[in-house]
Design a protein around this ligand. Sequence first.
Ligand code: GLC
Length: 556
Amino acid sequence: MTPDRLLARDDPAWWRHAVIYQIYPRSFADGDGDGIGDLAGITSRLPSISELGVDALWLSPFFTSPQNDGGYDVADYVGVDPLFGSIEDFDALLDRAHELGMRVIIDIVPNHSSDQHAWFQAALAAAPGSPERDRYLFREGRGENGELAPNNWTSTFGGPAWSRLPDGQWYLHIFDSTQPDLNWRNERVRSDFHDILRFWLDRGVDGFRVDVAHGMIKAEGLPDYHPHEFADRIGVDPSVALTKEGPNPPYMLQRELHEIWREWRTVVEEYGPDRVLCAEAWVEPLTRLADWVRPDEMHQAFNFSYLEAPWDARALRATIDSSIAAFGSVGAPSTWVLSNHDVVRHATRFGITSAVAPGEGIGPRNADSVDAALGLARARAATLVMLSLPGSSYLYQGEELGLPEAIDLPDDARRDPSWFRTGGERYGRDGCRVPLPWEAADPALGFSPTGAAWLPQPEDWRALARDLQSVDELSTLSLYRSALSARRSRELGAGSLEWLDGYPATALAFRNSGLTVIANLGRDPLELPEGTRLVSSNPFAGTALPPDHCVWILED
Ligand code: GLC
């Protein structure tokens, strides 16, 4: 174990400046050869991730689940799905990660359970109005015979947010119909989740990423959502209703959430000051998001405004400034993220040359809008910008290999519920979830000993396999390693940002901890200051920084 790793493990405020690597277990490494990644596979590959130089891991769900939404449909919150292994496999993973100096946070999915959860099964078997049904959001329908859904909400994955039972009642599901929303006004739901948190904290996890944290409580009465009328009813100027400053939809950001998160904070603090809660909350603007990251609530929230910012210097600078200001106003560091298991990988996103609607995904119909080389150049530069910012950064498995979105997946391989619920109109998220390439010469590119892979790996990923990139000093993997090592030794995560004058508006130029960072988002080469070039997103000769490049310079 290296001394700087010991520091990361021993620092109770580690999360304020950590680099956290997201593992999507289905697609990371398959130990038993069934084509689906598992916990033993992850454990066997942990040295590669530790070598990369990250401080912590975030594991997407590995709990018992029918896997209708890649495990975000949990049927037992304290059980490991046999697909991924056993609780002993989890303990072994946790021990190994800790031994290697990495913290581990796990995903908790409190907004909804799977319809296969014993709570929902009991609710189905019980009568309308029963305590069992009160754990979820069951309602009578509207219309003469209750044949219309209780309100007009739609599912995030497409289609209505309500499904009807044979006995006539409807239940709410903001996501798939197999993901019924829990009723967070119910005391038993709240106390059961405290027990679930304690179960995992007792096993030694370092914290939780809280799925759909902003959606857990719905407005009393479950009113229809017409943004303009809603604004009017709650006394907000309708002209702001559809702006980022507009009112929250009735299924998001209700004030009562503060109470729930304060209770959760108390639970995690029983285990020490170093256990953390990170909210997955698609909330804008950042000032509103920061409201939920206070000293007695969440420690962190994902900064999706940063993820959604285009490759444009003005927009990025504004987002960076407002992130630092918003989170700073509540005493929290900002987080940064460019990719995860829900969005088009940033190596592809930054190379999209015509509009692709959010959530549409990339597939054969709109593949011609992608310039892969441009996307990768920008992605490498964008990663260097992100890793030089103070605060904590999240990486998504495979981005260190520069993986693009998989565009040509056969229709019958797709698994994302939004693909099914929109009748194929949206490609959904399978393209960012394809199993990782480890060894170029091995079956399934080293993902699985048998060559099985639950989604087909594109043939051109062979050249991107980790073993080849490991020995290529110009590879994306080598870039991530050098950047992470320099970030750690210069303590950039704990530093502060100072913008530099004298650069065009198409550049990002700032200083952090004695390092000058310059990114050229314009079309002309940019003259650079003197100094030693510590890391650059792509090699370049001469004194000028080419477009779509970023460099870290150490003043001589
Ligand atoms: C979150 C997860 C996403 C999942 C959804 C429903 O947004 O990141 O993958 O589909 O919640 O649980």
